[in-house]
Design a protein around this ligand. Sequence first.
Ligand code: HAM
Length: 428
Amino acid sequence: MGDSQKLIRSVKGVKDVTPEMAPKWRFVEETALETLDLYNFREIRIPIFEKTEVFQKSIGETTDIVEKEMYTFTDRGNESLTLRPEGTASVVRAYIEHKMYTKSGAVKLYYMGPMFRAERPQAGRFRQFHQIGAEVFGSSSPAVDAELIIMLMDFFNELKIQGLKIRLNSLGCHECRPAYRDALHGYLKTHVDSLCDSCKARIDRNPLRVLDCKSAGCQEIASKAPTIDKHRCAACEDHLDKVRRPLMDLELPVVMDPGLVRGLDYYTRTAFEVVSGSLGAQNSVAGGGRYDNLVEMFGGPPTPAIGFAIGLERLISLVDNSEIEDYYESAPDIFIVSLADEAQMRIFEIAHRLRSNGYRVERSFETGSIKSQMRKANKSGARFALIIGEDELFKGVATIREMETGEQKEAPFGEIITVLDEEFDIGA
Ligand code: HAM
């Protein structure tokens, strides 16, 4: 590499999943799919970008996400588009677009993939990050809220993650939230001088946002602010109680947190986060809640709904490596060593047959000395080397060598699989 050539690096806050890390991702994703399947969820694949308006109103004009964090651009047709900062708004858009409200019963959907927020990168906070999300449409029953949280904890339990807590709150409804909003607004007005500039600008339009502000000064004021629990109506109290009780009965680690508001505006009633004691400042592994007005806000029929999303980077950092040992064996079963140029055609044929029979096969693309070839076979971690030199080619056989014992057998080309099965007891 010359001095003049500057290395191109990935974008700040955007990470590769390297081949060393990928098995852990696969393990977590496959475990999630198994859990979602047991709870009878169906997959939806939503686009990576949408018209900007999909996110603007739903997430809320005065949220950090919409105010400062969206990757918004104008495309060639002069349309404003945005890389999705989250999945819920897109799923709601799709739910209405495909008239899923005409289906009977609750519609239960999940999605997974990258999300984009121009946040200040730090441990556990990225600009491209990944979520697995689930959304349930069509029921206002608190049983749905409870079951979603139970499913989430089932999944974390499958991954053997310890030390999690469920922070649970109810943000009230159109009946009781206005009075709370007024009380909060009144309190914040008396502390306006100590708020950050964005909170100063938004307290009149959306005082709840101050409670979720990341600045230290606002957090201090928020910690003494009036809380929603004193203002909730009887129906919201009852709903919350029916969410909480099954969780307590199952001895899940629920903590009631009347200060929890979450960073998105669409929530009504139930709001929750699952937090870990081992994650530092960015301790929320998953978050979600009810959004009973959102479908209607998008122009659909009134449809109660609730969902959550899990942050995969944070979750994966909590999964113990011992959980994925042997999950994906990365060594091949067989490494084919070729010592003669003329053996190449044979190797294509043999490798193809082995792979069709379920063996994981690696091969040499060079025809070097036997010593250097065997070193490669050894390094690959393969259990067997299959050696085809000039002698073997002449005789129409391959030498099968078990790497660990050094035991060797010759097998006619047509009988390699039989010899592997019978002599070495390797059923793929
Ligand atoms: P959220 O709380 O914004 O909710 O994100 C959910 C999870 O995504 C967080 O708990 C966190 O683990 C992860 N996350 C968020 N931002 C970042 C980031 N910059 N870097 C790394 N991880 C991050 C939602 O997105 C809602 N759509 C959840 C929902 C679904 N509510 C109802 N349905």
